[in-house]
Design a protein around this ligand. Sequence first.
Ligand SMILES: C[S@@+](CC[C@H](N)C(=O)[O-])C[C@H]1O[C@@H](n2cnc3c(N)ncnc32)[C@H](O)[C@@H]1O
Length: 408
Amino acid sequence: MQCPHYDAGRCHSCTLLEIDYPTQVLDKERHVAALLAPVLADKSADGSTDSSTDLSTGSALTWLPPVSSAESAFRNKAKMVVSGTVAEPVLGILDRAGHGVDLTDCGLYPDALQASFAPLAAFVTRANLEPYQVSGVGKRAQQRGELKYLLVTLSPDGELMVRFVLRSQEAIARIRKHLASLQAELPALAVASANIQPAHAAVLEGDLEISLTERTTLPMRIDDITLDLRPQSFFQTNTAVATELYRQASAWVSEFDPSSVWDLYCGVGGFALHCAAPGRAVTGIEISAEAVAAASGTVEKLRDGVGAARFRDVTFAAGDATAFAIGPDAPELPEMVIVNPPRRGIGTDLAQWLETSGIEHVLYSSCNATTLAKDLAAMPSLRPVRARLLDMFPQTSHYEVLILLERV
Ligand SMILES: C[S@@+](CC[C@H](N)C(=O)[O-])C[C@H]1O[C@@H](n2cnc3c(N)ncnc32)[C@H](O)[C@@H]1O
């Protein structure tokens, strides 16, 4: 992928841009294999098995061929820092000197996302949304302006969700007043909301979300399941690769045909719903109440549709994944567990619980192989038997890896 911003030294986000794409994927395979090698060697030393990280042979651990992505235009979400002025807003990033860099033509975004930026910039001017800026440092730091970010998500069917991240509610009335004109210019706009983030902090969003449209969920269709996305919920960045991820998880779960599955860190229910089957109880646990509300709404709709029997016993609840598993109110043990934690991994407590739980099969989907390796080291009785790298984030060193663990 060629990028004028990278070539000019304006943007450094795509750290692998100079490496051809097949080599990027190969390097990622080598990276994850190297990180897992000590864990596999340890498990082998336990006398449990003859493990291997050899990508070509794979004796105990079999690596499936990696899932590659489109090299460009694969991101379904844009996080645009808003800088510049009301008259001339700049949507993109801040460079190292704090100057706005216009990234509305960033090659990672599909055409439909790119096309939304000009109407959004015009709206910033029309609704008089002053870009947020800080001058000075420490106690002398002065904050000005209201609009911090525009977060734009594109659904597989071409609809958009736009979130205005604001310093306060000062601009809400103006946004409401002019919203119809934005919808006229951007008919794909289905869901709009404002997130209030008063703190001058690295944390992107605040707790308060104010709906601006009648519709509050963006339908994200993946194969035969349409997940509902709400503003304060996570969604995998690359819809095409996420589709492969859920297909692979569902295929591995089906092989064992468990009667009960927990999907821990379930988000809006991608794994849980794709792994649902008639007669199978599936429980999704997730910290974000909004994501759980979205997932619960999705399952209700699916129960009204064709193949309803598959979703009869799928439930979602808000809470901490570890507290759910370990806590006194934990329900009966499931036959299989899926975990898909944030970058920090599942952590020692949940790993130790899984280690001693007696559960035969665990599916671990990780976006950070370093924490994955650490978690696996804490579960010596759960041996990685199959793995697949899914390149969710081309042009960067990040990737997703799905691993099937089996009790030895
Ligand atoms: C990598 S995302 C995966 C979401 C989902 N599995 C998917 O495929 O879209 C991790 C999720 O874990 C949730 N999360 C973070 N901390 C958590 C916790 N302590 N307990 C449960 N869920 C948590 C986040 O809100 C986020 O939705």
